[in-house]
Write a protein that binds this ligand. Sequence first.
Ligand SMILES: [Zn+2]
Length: 85
Amino acid sequence: MCILTIDFSAVKDYKLCSKCNRVFPETTEYFHRNKITLSGLANKCKKCIAEYRKKYREENKEKIREKRKKKREELKKAQKISLIL
Ligand SMILES: [Zn+2]
């Protein structure tokens, strides 16, 4: 795992990533925005979320494809209904 070099001198607040347990400056540069959390930032750093998403995509290719298909069909249905109305 590579070690990030961060200039902490200019940073006021730090945030611990709940996944990799590393400390990053509490900014949107390292964390995604998340309205649910107190800080307004996600609990996992961007890198961890990117890895998680990548892994999820790889493990759920079929599921994602099915979901997309379903959504498309629902959209079509909705368009049809709006045409009738
Ligand atoms: Zn992390």
